[in-house]
Design a protein around this ligand. Structure first.
Ligand SMILES: Cc1cc2nc3c(=O)[nH]c(=O)nc-3n(C[C@H](O)[C@H](O)[C@H](O)COP(=O)(O)OP(=O)(O)OC[C@H]3O[C@@H](n4cnc5c(N)ncnc54)[C@H](O)[C@@H]3O)c2cc1C
Length: 323
């Protein structure tokens, strides 16, 4: 089956969908209003664990599927995916600890052994997705399969018909304007990039229910210090006050952070929504849009599972003869 499909969005959600649809034999063009290096996805850490992504049952299934995809990708070093130990100290019970059912290796640890007074703590081996390596890799996979990437703002999904047989809406926080969805809101995430203390490989997260997102995440040649999780804040400019607080919080948690050199600061907007919108939306003329947005702080964790569901929905739509 070879249909013409337009994907709106070149973040991790758009590109994983494009990869799956190309795999099914479709022609896929991917549009983005932001140049590829400036999407919100490029500002993430990232590691596999959902944060502010709902509903739990679907997120759990998508996370499982993505975990298995990352297990495969770790055998391709140029993908930037690797598995590392992650210390998770939970001051409050972690709403997303359900994903422990998915992973191959985890154990309970005692926070007191690490000088941390917490409700519970885990040592778990997780996929780390080294974003500055992974995203260009994903882009090249899509291009190698024949997908085209264009920087262009699209006014509305309907404007892409009849040139395309289907539109996939992966516009992230931009969905608020793009499809006029007032349930979408930004969750501002500022991170600091710092030099990597020698030998540090494992990541550490201090979790609180209403937290600032304290995280130390080593990746290739540097570490990411997190962060902020500011709901309703659209500002993508870095703030010195946030940087100071992030470095101070992370320094308390992991020795060596205080002496690290700051290499840069970046800000991305996580696409918040009370639940991910992943569904087919058919207008009165039978034109189909598949929406796939609102993944909050879990886009990398669920991307592959969502992309496969999108590809299955597209397949079902085309084979039902509606188009
Ligand atoms: C600091 C930070 C740390 C994070 N850490 C993690 C983590 O460890 N693990 C994890 O799983 N997730 C993490 N996330 C969340 C994750 O990055 C997001 O869930 C994910 O990037 C969302 O991807 P997206 O493709 O939907 O959105 P985006 O990356 O925002 O992409 C949206 C795309 O749509 C395009 N677009 C929008 N409107 C239009 C239009 N009208 N016309 C054309 N194009 C349009 C944009 O230009 C862009 O290309 C983090 C996020 C941040 C900010």
């Amino acid at each position: 089956m070879n249909k013409r499909i337009a994907v709106v969005g070149q973040g991790v959600i758009g590109l994983t969908c494009a990869a799956e649809l190309l795999e099914q034999g479709h022609s896929v063009d991917i549009f983005s209003k932001d140049p590829f290096p400036e999407t919100n996805s490029m500002s993430a850490g990232a590691y596999w664990w959902p944060h502010k992504a709902y509903p739990q049952r679907r997120v759990s299934e998508w996370s499982r599927e993505s975990y298995h995809q990352y297990l495969e990708l770790k055998n391709t070093p140029e993908s930037g995916v690797h598995f590392e130990k992650h210390y998770r100290f939970c001051i409050d019970p972690d709403d997303c600890a359900y994903v422990l059912d998915i992973v191959d290796h985890w154990e309970r640890i005692d926070g007191a052994d690490y000088g941390i007074d917490c409700y519970e703590a885990f040592l778990v081996t997780l996929p780390v997705i080294d974003v500055p390596i992974f995203m260009p890799y994903l882009k090249s996979v899509v291009q190698d399969k024949g997908g085209t990437l264009t920087t262009r703002e699209i006014d509305a999904p309907e404007s892409l018909f009849p040139e395309y047989d289907m539109v996939i809406n992966c516009s992230g926080v931009g969905a608020r304007q793009f499809v006029d969805d007032s349930r979408v809101f930004p969750i501002r995430g500022q991170i600091v990039r710092a030099s990597l203390p020698e030998g540090l490989r494992e990541s550490t997260r201090l979790y609180r229910k209403q937290d600032e997102f304290t995280l130390i995440l080593p990746r290739s040649g540097e570490m990411v210090l997190g962060g902020t999780s500011q709901e309703g804040d659209w500002d993508r400019a870095p703030r010195q006050s946030d940087t100071d607080e992030i470095v101070q919080r992370c320094s308390k948690l992991v020795p060596g952070v205080a002496d690290a050199e700051i290499l840069g600061v970046s800000v991305g907007l996580r696409p918040g929504r009370d639940e991910v919108r992943l569904e087919v939306d058919c207008n009165s003329e039978g034109q189909a849009i598949i929406h796939n947005y609102g993944h909050g702080g879990g886009g990398y964790t669920v991307a592959w599972g969502c992309a496969r569901e999108v590809a299955d929905l597209a397949d079902a739509y085309f084979t039902s003869g509606t188009n």
